[in-house]
Ligand binder design. Structure first.
Ligand code: ADP
Length: 498
């Protein structure tokens, strides 16, 4: 057994498993990523909505009594120091910026000292959108500490001492983000990821089981094919139509049947061939032995034999030589047909004319046995499309048999009849008939029903007829009753003249 066969099923199952596990992993990963994304977004949106008014509050509370600017126009750092103090108590995650009306940062309160220096200005567009929507819209604004990122914020406009600008408060400042990320990380690492991995494991297990179950049929088929290959010719896939791969199962069963059929056929062909050889050598030996005997007698007793005795012996030798040459001819003819060396040359010809010729030819033989040989045919000429010499050979064998197996005063009739697109040819005799149980075998090579020597047939006549029929894609039927007679019937395609 080759490696490929050995591993057929496991290979396929392994591939299915791999594909399935990959899918589960992909699904799990995308689930975690999507949940993470939406959780973060939800978190940000909630925080922004809750703290939408923070900037307004700062302005209302801090800028009412004290101006954010000193008289020299610089920022009131004391005020912002206060603000920082308040913020530390309330929320360490926020960063407060004082912007002028073009978005330049005038002052910043960043609690995280590692945060780094803020840039000089931020984009005003998101701030304006936020203020216009009154904090009801989810907007991300520039992070002054890192312009590459966008943050949630609260903002409100101020107008003090003729100076306009905005208080810009980044809600998820660096600190907030750190805490949020740690929490999120913990949440997902501990719970989310854990649960997802568990679910994935469970799904994978179920999936693997399902694949194992679904490929049960495939494994069954593989093991049956293997059994067959190892020589168990009876191995077939049970209930092939119930299999998930019914086409394959059925095809295998049909293929196995065909193989077994062909093997049986080959065995029987082989058997028949051996039988043929055995019979042929027997049939050749008998006339040869007779010949030898008579020739020896003629040689040794030449002086004592009368002229008529000599004449008789010579006639017997002559008959046996005839018999031998006929047998050899038939064998040669049959073996050529058997080896498929004969290619029929089909052409239109008149079967009516051929029948007349054959009747004329066999009339002498029939007359010797007082048998009436008749032709029954339609008035019009019947044309067929076939190989004329092969058809003639078949008809000769059939008429010869009919005469041979019919007693004196019997009748042999050759009849032609139009049947649709065919001409039916029928050779009927009033002879001995063929026992029903023998009828299926008479066309087989070398099966003579009556093995008595008086018959002196080769047993090849009908086998030759059968081969000729095969070459014309037609069949021959025998209808026969013992003691009443036999009919041999076959059809040839009639030729319609254009
Ligand atoms: P054979 O040379 O013995 O006639 P065939 O192949 O021509 O061989 O015929 C096979 C056997 O079929 C014959 O031996 C005979 O028993 C039987 N058979 C053939 N034709 C007839 C027939 N017209 N009437 C009775 N038996 C026949």
């Amino acid at each position: 057994m080759s490696m490929a066969e050995k591993t057929l099923t496991p290979k396929l199952i392994k591939k299915l498993w791999a594909a399935f596990i990959l899918l589960v992993l992909l699904m799990g990963a995308s689930y975690i990523l999507i949940t993470n994304y939406f959780a973060t977004k939800h978190n940000q949106e909630t925080t922004q909505r809750l703290n939408a008014d923070v900037a307004n509050h700062v302005i209302a509370e801090k800028f009412q009594n004290d101006s954010p600017f000193l008289e020299d126009g610089s920022v009131n750092k004391e005020l912002f120091g206060d603000l920082m103090h308040d913020m530390m108590a309330v929320n360490q995650g926020i960063e407060v910026y004082l912007l002028n009306d073009v978005g330049e940062i005038l002052y910043s309160v960043v609690l995280d000292h590692d945060a780094g220096a803020p840039t000089k200005s931020v984009s005003l567009a998101p701030i304006k959108t936020f203020i216009d929507a009154k904090g009801k819209e989810f907007v991300l604004g520039d992070d002054p500490i890192n312009l590459n990122t966008q943050k949630i914020f609260s903002a409100a406009p101020y107008s003090v001492d003729g100076r306009n600008g905005y208080v810009y408060i980044v809600l998820a400042g660096k600190k907030f983000q750190e805490v949020s990320e740690t929490l999120m990380g913990q949440y997902f690492a501990k719970l989310g990821t854990g649960a997802t991995v568990l679910a994935m494991l469970f799904t994978a297990l179920l999936g693997l089981l399902a694949i194992w179950f679904l490929t049960k049929n495939l494994r069954l088929i593989t093991s049956t094919v293997r059994k067959f290959q190892e020589g168990d010719l009876d191995a077939r896939i049970e209930n092939p139509n119930k299999s998930d791969i019914a086409i394959f199962a059925n095809s295998f069963n049909e293929m196995a049947d065909t193989i077994v059929d062909n093997m049986d056929k080959m065995k029987s062909v082989d058997l028949l061939r051996r039988e043929l050889i055995a019979n042929v050598s027997h049939d050749l030996r008998t006339p040869l032995a007779i010949l030898k005997g008579y020739i020896e007698t003629l040689q040794m007793k030449s002086d004592t034999l009368t002229a008529s005795e000599k004449e008789e012996y010579l006639q017997i030798t002559h008959d046996n030589v005839d018999r031998l040459s006929k047998l050899i001819n038939q064998l040669f003819e049959y073996s050529k047909l058997e080896a498929e060396q004969v290619v029929p040359v089909k052409e239109p010809f008149s079967i009516t004319e051929l029948s007349y010729d054959l009747i004329a030819k066999f009339n002498v033989l029939a007359a010797k046995k007082d048998i009436s040989l008749q032709l029954q045919n339609p008035k019009e000429n019947c044309m067929v499309f076939a190989d004329v010499s092969l058809v003639e050979r078949a008809l000769q064998n059939l008429i010869e048999n009919a005469i041979k197996y019919t007693e004196t005063n019997g009748t042999v009739t050759l009849s032609l009849e139009k049947k649709g697109k065919n001409i039916e040819i029928n050779i009927t005799d009033t002879g001995t008939g063929i026992p029903v149980n023998e009828q299926p075998f008479i066309f087989d090579r070398y099966k003579q029903v009556d093995k008595s020597p008086k018959k002196q047939g080769s047993g090849l006549g009908l086998a030759i007829v059968k081969k000729i029929m095969e070459l014309h894609d037609t069949t021959i039927t025998v209808l026969s009753k013992p003691k009443e007679g036999s009919s041999f019937i076959f059809n040839l395609p009639s030729y319609q003249q254009a």
